[in-house]
Design a binder for this molecule. Sequence first.
Ligand SMILES: C[S@@+](CC[C@H](N)C(=O)[O-])C[C@H]1O[C@@H](n2cnc3c(N)ncnc32)[C@H](O)[C@@H]1O
Length: 302
Amino acid sequence: MSPETAYLAPEGFVDDLVRELGDGVREVHGRLVIAEGPERPAAWAANVWREPRRIPSASIGDAAKKLRAIQRNWALYDLAHHRRAALIVENLPKVSAKPIAFGQPLPAAPLGSWTLLAPDLMLAAPSCSSAFPNGEPQFVEDRTSSPSRAYLKLWEAFTLLGVTPMKDELCLDLGSSPGGWTWVLAGLGARVISVDKAPLDPRIAAMPGVEYRSESAFGLDPRSASVPAVDWLCSDVICYPPRLLALVQRWIAAGKARRFICSVKFQAETDFAVIDAFKSIPGSRLMHLHHNKHELTWVKLS
Ligand SMILES: C[S@@+](CC[C@H](N)C(=O)[O-])C[C@H]1O[C@@H](n2cnc3c(N)ncnc32)[C@H](O)[C@@H]1O
């Protein structure tokens, strides 16, 4: 058989992933979509299983032994035959499931993924795109300082990218109310211009380096001399995706933003034309974060 790759969809987004992968899809098992050929960029994949192997196993012990013979760390995608899968897990080395603190680097140890396609047949991939089990990073949350849980998206994006704004860099936070993203950015020591018609939480507005502007993100013209060049343009604005696309295209054309992190929020229907347009912007990447809802995160770092 020609090479194949397995893509794990986030909860609720199998149809989007199947549509994105197109004609190459061979099989769908729960959230796991097996497609022809080597790994392709897939925004709707939480984790990509590279060169998965079908491994027959005669018993629970045999299955665990075969996985251990490949490498130490394995994460189960619990598709079916749950009791048997749990018993195999008991025979594998423990993999830490502890949430990480923001600022910690990505776990470095290779983490494979496996599942039971049938009681006596595993699908297993020692190499996967995500360092986290099933592509689901968990953080030690701060439930008191941030006024919204949206900060988890930014924590996740910075952790996956391995980069954050530096002290004194200038960030534009569009659609910033009530202030979760501004809280993250200012907490890193960056200067933040925080833009929303809705107010910022007063505790966030009072953070050092934060300037709040009560206006529309779309009213800022990056070609204007009065609009400063920024190191990071961050947007979590609720708007139609084509409107966000036009906004980032304006900022790119004006050369006024060095880096971008933007939530592309969909209505009831996913807008695949806009997805293609974002994907085609050079040097950028589109991904579904574990902390995203019906939205994707578009990033451009250079
Ligand atoms: C999901 S919330 C942002 C949450 C925020 N990132 C946080 O961490 O707290 C989306 C925000 O987009 C704002 N918004 C909608 N249209 C806007 C516009 N034209 N300009 C600026 N903000 C806008 C809304 O007022 C809302 O506060």
